[in-house]
Design a protein around this ligand. Structure first.
Ligand code: ADP
Ligand code: MG
Length: 432
């Protein structure tokens, strides 16, 4: 096995403090929204109806969702860990605005590693003789915040001897990020096991009360760091996923919450009136959420979708075309966007995509440090993520928090892709 350091910027990047505070201030609202969507069967059904006709992956997730509901939910404690990602859109007058890129409701990563980046950048600034600037870097510890959520869910599940199961990838590339969260749990005397879908297929079982057992050990919480892209599943893995979803264990996230994070749901949320219906009586939360939305457009079959497709083909550089995928590297831009839309504009296939306004941040210079890559100064843009954690027991929210932040920076040549995709690197915000 080969161990590399995680990629990072040499220097922290400037982030407007007003936008940073705005992103923190809206996180509890987003937690409530995701949780509300996950409990709204009609909304998910209606919103995803066109997508599941053409996107097999979303359709399979949706079938499990329906099957579990039909059988009756065994789970009564719900744990959400999400990360809402933003860029700073530079308006015509040069004023930056906070615009959401997406919200990740499953396997939102780098909360562990980024708990260490402020110390790295503090050290670099001190070496440069900038101790005063170093002291301005904010403390940030998402791994602790995420672990507190998992610990709360474990406690409410109510069995001292039950374990927390991290559901991990076949090839564990990001293990150290996960270990940061895991160690916080061990520090609280909560046992953690790491298993793959195929271990669940081989050794997982439910008892009469749908308690989940792995190899005879009761599981209180299943924390997915896997299972968000089609390549994570073969037939056995789908069966394992179904077993987990049917169980009483707290899934982070349950399958409805995973569906709440799809790009199609994000697009439907931007329709006038939708947020108000999902969060009745919470006008201020709705306004805070809506202020972060960029333009989002449906490509569903019909007149509205025809118009949108024509608009994008005429001016492709204004937009991003997104399929229902996670993990970076799937979006289409510019000429490629135009070509693909030309090809599928008269076919139902286009409904597997959504269209979004392209956010245009102001670039800044930095060095990106990556194992085995030459060091050179690059023009860069950054993406800010805020971690959200919440726990619900039955109908009652017992925890709702913002749990820290993540700043990722990439060279402007790359239109798309995160840290795991080898494009972005870890950074620390320097508030200005
Ligand atoms: P994924 O689920 O693959 O992470 P995202 O929606 O986060 O999908 O898109 C991946 C990357 O593409 C983002 O990290 C960002 O760099 C870029 N991107 C996505 N949407 C936009 C947009 N509207 N404007 C500019 N860049 C975008
Ligand atoms: Mg993303």
């Amino acid at each position: 096995q080969v161990v590399n350091y995680a990629p990072f910027t040499l220097l922290p990047s400037a982030v407007p403090s007003a936008l940073f505070e705005q992103a923190y201030a809206v996180q509890q609202d987003f937690n409530l929204l995701v949780d509300a969507i996950s409990q709204n069967k009609e909304f998910l059904e209606h919103t995803l109806a066109s997508t599941i006709k053409v996107d097999d992956f979303t359709a399979r997730l949706f079938r499990i969702h329906l099957q579990v509901l039909e059988e009756g939910l065994a789970q009564s404690v719900f744990l959400g860990i999400n990360r809402s990602d933003y860029m700073f859109d530079c308006g015509v007058d040069g004023t930056p605005a906070l615009k959401q890129i997406e919200i990740n409701t499953i396997a939102a990563s780098f909360g562990g590693l980024t708990s260490r980046t402020a110390a790295v950048h503090g050290q670099v600034l001190k070496v440069l003789g900038k101790s005063k600037e170093a002291s301005h870097l904010l403390p940030n510890n998402p791994s602790k915040g995420l672990a507190l959520g998992i610990a709360k869910a474990w406690e409410l599940y109510g069995s001292q001897s039950a374990v927390v199961m991290f559901l991990v990838e076949e090839v564990q590339r990001n293990i150290f990020d996960q270990r940061c969260v895991e160690n916080e749990l061990w520090n609280r005397n909560i046992r953690v096991i790491r298993k793959r879908f195929r271990d669940v297929f081989d050794k997982g079982s439910l008892d009469d009360a749908k308690r989940l057992y792995m190899d005879g050990q009761e599981v209180a919480v299943v924390y997915y760091r896997e299972g968000y892209v089609p390549k994570n599943y073969d037939q056995q893995n789908w069966e394992a996923r179904l077993l987990l979803e049917r169980s009483r264990a707290v899934k982070c996230p349950d399958i409805a919450t995973q569906l709440a994070g799809t790009k199609k749901v994000q697009q439907e949320l931007s329709r006038p009136g939708t947020l108000e219906r999902l969060l009745p009586g919470r006008a201020e939360a709705v306004a805070r959420i809506r202020a972060t939305f960029a333009g989002l457009y449906s490509l569903d079959v019909g007149e509205e979708g025809d118009k949108i497709a024509a608009m994008a083909i005429a001016d492709p550089d204004r937009f991003v075309l997104k399929p229902q995928r996670e993990g970076g590297g799937n979006n289409l831009y510019g000429e490629e966007l135009r070509q693909v839309l030309e090809k599928i504009k008269d076919s139902p296939e286009r409904t597997s995509y959504i269209l979004m306004d392209k956010i245009k941040p102001q670039p800044a210079m930095n060095y990106l440090l990556r194992a085995y890559s030459p060091l050179q100064v690059s023009e860069c843009i950054s993406e800010l993520g805020i971690f959200g954690v919440y726990v619900r027991q039955g109908k009652e929210m017992v925890m709702n928090k913002a749990a820290g932040h993540l700043l990722r920076t990439k060279a402007i040549e790359h239109a798309d892709g995160g840290v795991a995709a080898g494009v972005a690197v870890l950074d620390t915000p320097y508030l200005v």
